[in-house]
Design a protein around this ligand. Structure first.
Ligand SMILES: NC(=O)c1ccc[n+]([C@@H]2O[C@H](COP(=O)([O-])OP(=O)(O)OC[C@H]3O[C@@H](n4cnc5c(N)ncnc54)[C@H](OP(=O)(O)O)[C@@H]3O)[C@@H](O)[C@H]2O)c1
Length: 307
């Protein structure tokens, strides 16, 4: 099969780490940023991409309809209703799109049986938004990929994640971090890997043409699956010599003892209590990014890490 030529991209969620990483990867190709704020200038200089002001809570004007493939790293429950409105208000503009790639979350799978209301509501919002996107794209015969990534980490230009970086800050502050044994499995994905997968799939969407059966739901992770404790150890090892994160001792407690010690939290915050319980759960088994991209697997952690 001939290599597809780069398609024009309209990017929502450009101010997320994955959006910023996509801008860096898409340097030199046709890309417009749509959103509430323009993108930051790319690292290493150059102009930021052209900007299409568009709050997903509103409509974008018909005269400035997005073009090419729509890639979204915005919250899917905001993007899906906007896309349905856009398709209804401007069917010709929607039909001219080459396809849609939208980011959901693996939480739609992993939190399905959560006991607390916050996580159950999240699963419902994600599921409803995925259904709405699928309906919009199927009824207008536009190809769609829904990416459902697990834990996204890393730094892209000036932007850094707010999950593994928080764990690293905890490691810096505490002399000792108790864990439930080695913890469950994790498969974190670097924002650059997620952006690369989105670009790779965007370039192949036109091959699907208007095939309405081309609707893909892709749970996605990094290339390495590792126990929670190993993930923390690798973060310590990747920290600069002298970084306080290296000094924190990881204390593997018997999981039942860990859970008993965490039990009082159930009264204060069922959501945080369940998050602690989830440390023992295996949140892995997703398609590794390298299987889509075709290169060799990248061990965890992929650099750069957020500070
Ligand atoms: N973080 C994770 O570990 C994780 C895990 C699984 C899935 N995800 C999903 O992956 C994607 C990226 O996650 P993230 O945590 O990196 O994102 P984030 O930092 O929260 O950024 C969200 C992006 O969406 C844009 N946005 C939000 N509301 C908007 C609106 N009304 N109109 C236009 N743009 C809007 C924001 O733009 P502004 O600059 O205007 O705010 C920002 O660029 C999201 O779809 C998220 O649900 C994240």
């Amino acid at each position: 099969m001939a290599l597809p030529s780069p398609v024009p991209i309209t990017l929502f969620g450009a101010t997320s780490t994955s959006g910023q990483a996509l801008i860096e990867l898409a340097r030199g190709r046709s890309l417009v940023v749509a959103g509430r704020r323009p993108a930051l200038p790319p690292a290493g200089g150059g102009d930021p991409p052209p900007f299409l002001p568009c709050d997903l809570e509103d409509a974008c004007g018909e005269s400035r309809a997005p073009k090419g493939v729509l890639v979204s790293f915005a919250p899917i429950w905001t993007f899906a209703p906007w896309l349905a409105r856009f398709a209804g208000d401007n069917p010709a503009g929607f039909a001219a799109l080459q396809g849609v790639i939208a980011c959901s979350s693996s939480s739609v799978i992993t939190k399905r049986f959560a006991a607390n209301r916050f996580d159950r509501d999240l699963v419902q919002r994600l599921g409803q938004a995925e259904d709405q996107l699928t309906l919009t794209c199927t009824s207008h015969a536009r190809p769609l990929h829904i990416l459902a990534p697990t834990l996204i980490y890393g730094q892209a230009g000036p932007l850094g994640d707010r999950n593994l970086s928080k764990l690293r800050q905890l490691l810096r502050r505490l002399p000792l971090l108790p864990l439930p044994g080695q913890g469950g499995l994790r498969q974190p994905i670097h924002c650059r890997q997620l952006a690369a997968v989105a670009l790779h799939l965007a370039d192949r969407l036109p091959l699907a043409g208007g095939d309405p059966s081309h609707q893909v739901h892709l749970p996605l992770g990094g290339d390495e699956t590792l126990a929670y404790a190993t993930m923390l150890r690798r973060l310590q090892d990747a920290s600069a010599p002298g970084d306080a994160a290296r000094r924190c001792r990881l204390l593997a407690l018997p999981p039942r003892l860990f859970q008993s010690l965490a039990a009082p939290l159930l009264l204060l915050s069922p959501k945080n209590f369940e998050a602690l319980l989830r440390m023992s759960a295996d949140l892995a088994g997703f398609t590794p990014a390298h299987r889509i991209l075709g290169g060799p697997p990248e061990p965890f952690p992929v650099l750069p890490l957020a500070r």
